[in-house]
Design a binder for this molecule. Structure first.
Ligand code: PLP
Length: 375
């Protein structure tokens, strides 16, 4: 346990909740989700004899069918709802189960920085060794980190925290690397709906429809704006899913039954309702990127999700001091870049998912001023 740490973004957000409870107004650019206007669910009409109880460990069959079709529509790859998909208690659970199934103690997993804060500890929980690569490393450059102990590469697409969307060439290169070295790709696609109209999301399954080395971990948390429901899913080949199901059965039995029934029945309606809201959020992200650029603050390349990974430029503060000062002097919460990997201390993460445009502009302007003031 001593090798694990608290998720830095969650720790910071807990502090912001405490400040808000004490009556302080904080412009919150630190939350890892977007707030949508969605109705309070009614469970009327769902099968009352079933919704209160354990359900199939792979997931309620109708939900699996709908998810399989949904995934097929976005990747072109067929997904067998009987054998190749498992509904999980959030994608975090899916990722931990994937690592647990794949890794022998001491096996290595390549995690490109900036990385979502949980990956290294998720690898450690599975007794593996996270191998982080610096933020400026290219996809081709990942080859130099492969050793005889390497078992997998994490591919987070679209990307938290940069908002980067991988194109087909980059994904093809990753599949080639996986084939050449016998590796798995852990494809975390938890933000796959957060792509602007007119841009294309390419799933890792597209170039590996047989799922020989791809495990997709995905989630309703971000895409449907229901992070608290704890519903995610994993797609992998049937042999691997047959193994991983054992972990699910011994740890959680099944994802929350009542919510799975609700989602299965209301799948299409929820997507119809959230997709336009997603477009609004991605639009805000890209407007804020332009505003930062105008104010002399650069961000890592990206056009998707609701995140920006902003450079501290010539500020003399490290990312923790910077975030601390921004919070206490200006009442603006951002997440220090250092949580996204040791090479990322010159960045902070901004999330545009939960504030109005007016408050976003206020927060972004305060951040840009602090970068310049602390040169
Ligand atoms: N993957 C990424 C990249 C994330 O940013 C998050 C949450 O912040 C998750 C996975 C986990 O989401 P959940 O467990 O709610 O599906």
């Amino acid at each position: 346990m001593d090798t694990l740490s608290e998720a830095s973004s969650i720790r910071l957000n807990n502090r912001i909740y405490e400040m808000q409870a004490a009556g302080m107004d904080v412009i919150t650019l630190s939350l890892g989700e977007a707030f949508f206007d969605i109705p309070v669910p009614s469970f009327e009409g769902l099968p009352s004899a079933k919704i209160h109880h354990y359900s199939h460990s792979r997931g309620v069959p109708l939900l699996r069918e709908k998810l399989a079709k949904y995934q097929q529509a976005s990747s072109g790859a067929p997904v067998d709802p009987e054998r190749e998909i498992m509904v999980t208690a959030g994608s975090k659970a899916a990722i931990v189960m994937a690592f647990t199934a794949l890794l022998e103690p001491g096996d290595e997993v390549i995690i490109p920085e900036p990385m979502w804060v949980s990956y290294p500890d998720q690898v450690r929980i599975a007794r593996g060794v996270p191998v982080m690569t610096p933020w400026y490393e290219t996809v081709e450059g990942l080859a130099s980190y492969i050793t005889p102990r390497t078992r997998a590469i994490v591919v987070n697409n679209p990307h938290n925290p940069s908002g980067r969307r991988l194109d087909a060439d980059a994904l093809r290169a990753l599949h080639e690397l996986a084939d050449r070295h016998g590796l798995f790709l852990i494809a975390d696609e938890a933000y796959h709906e957060f792509v602007a109209n007119g841009s294309t999301f390419v799933s890792a399954l597209e170039h590996d429809p047989g799922k020989r080395h791809t495990i997709v971990c995905n989630s309703m948390s971000k895409n449907y704006g229901i992070s608290g429901w704890r519903i995610g899913y994993m797609i992998a080949n049937a042999q691997l899913t047959d193994q991983i199901i054992k972990l699910q059965q011994h740890m959680v039995t099944c994802a929350p039954t009542i919510l799975c029934y609700y989602l299965a029945e209301n799948f299409e309606t929820i997507i119809e309702r959230t997709r336009p809201q997603i477009q609004r959020v991605v639009g805000a992200r890209n407007r804020m990127a332009a505003l930062l650029a105008e104010q002399g603050v650069e961000c890592l390349d990206g056009d998707s999700t609701f995140y920006l990974f902003a450079s501290l430029g010539e500020s003399r503060l490290n990312s923790e001091y910077f975030a601390e000062r921004l919070l206490h002097q200006h009442g603006v919460g951002v997440v220090p870049g250092i949580g996204y990997g040791p090479s990322c201390d010159r960045f902070v993460r901004i999330s545009v998912g939960t504030e109005s445009d007016e408050r976003l502009v206020q927060g972004i302007s305060a951040l840009a001023s602090l970068v310049h003031e602390t040169r």
